[in-house]
Design a protein around this ligand. Structure first.
Ligand code: KIV
Ligand code: NA
Length: 265
């Protein structure tokens, strides 16, 4: 199995091959995602919501991200593993951003880091890149800034914000990011960004005119039955299937059907 690298992704864009990316936060799930042929596994700070049950991504710590990332790295033979820098681990200054990135690379074995933001964190991204650590950008809806935005609605609908986003994307390419996530922005703007830069643009709720797609694994498997954004396609209804299976187990235990004579020693 050929390992996916940051170079592979840039080649995929050159050849017009779309990039598939999903999140994973633990060994067993990452093993399934890697085996199924997903190109990039993101250890997202969405772990704060999906794994820990927090309302936002803000509470998850760097130590907790490293724990999730190291579990994922142990499972991956082919996928590139990208790890989110959590809120509070890079915003203070470039030195802190580099220190946090080094901890992720050393302690988890991940292959790259992702940070939210554009011009505001330019110096931090440069510092991380100078240390030889690949960086994926993240623009548009940036959930770590939820208390500034106030809502999780579509970003960059107005010209001013759209212009800044395009400028930020060009800057991220210029300073050396290997790829960029665009979250929840109009499809025409995302397509324009993807056409304006040569590094891959991976979208979530950003339409089909970009170079790849990312979804949160629990959402696309339908484990999360309360989350219904327009951009989400569900490939399974695991919430229903799992509650059904678990309900059947409870029934079988209560009725003494389980275990039967062949299921014991
Ligand atoms: O944390 C996450 O899952 C993400 C993706 C939605 C891009 O950042
Ligand atoms: Na994230």
């Amino acid at each position: 199995y050929k390992r996916i690298t940051t170079k592979t992704l840039i080649e995929m864009k050159e050849h017009g091959e779309k990039i598939s990316m999903l999140t994973a936060y633990d060994f067993t799930m990452a093993k399934i995602v890697d085996s199924a042929g997903v190109d990039v596994i993101l250890v997202g700070d969405s772990a704060s919501n999906v794994m820990a049950g927090h309302e936002t991504t803000l509470p998850i710590t760097l130590d907790q991200m490293i724990y999730h990332a190291s579990s994922v790295v142990r499972a991956c033979e082919r996928a590139l593993v990208v790890v989110d820098l959590p809120f509070g681990s890079y915003q203070s200054d470039p030195k802190e951003a580099l220190r946090s990135s080094i901890r992720i690379m050393k302690e988890s074995g991940g292959h790259a880091v992702k940070l939210e933001g554009g011009s505001e964190i330019k110096d931090s991204i440069k510092k991380i890149l100078n240390a030889g650590i690949p960086v994926m950008g993240h623009l548009g809806l940036t959930p770590q800034s939820i208390y500034k935005f106030g809502t999780y609605t579509v970003r960059a609908k107005e010209d001013e914000e759209a212009d800044k986003l395009l400028e930020d994307a060009k800057m991220l390419e210029r300073i050396g990011c290997f790829a960029l996530v665009l979250e929840k922005i109009p499809a025409h703007l995302a397509e324009k960004v993807a056409k304006s830069i040569s590094i891959p643009v991976i979208g979530i709720g950003a339409g089909g005119g970009v170079d790849g797609q990312v979804l949160v694994i629990h959402d696309m498997l339908g484990m999360n039955n309360e989350f219904n954004p327009r951009f989400l396609r569900r490939y399974l209804d695991l919430y229903e299937q799992m509650t059904g299976a678990i309900g059947k187990y409870v029934e079988d235990v209560k009725s003494k059907d389980f275990p039967n004579t062949s299921e014991q020693y």
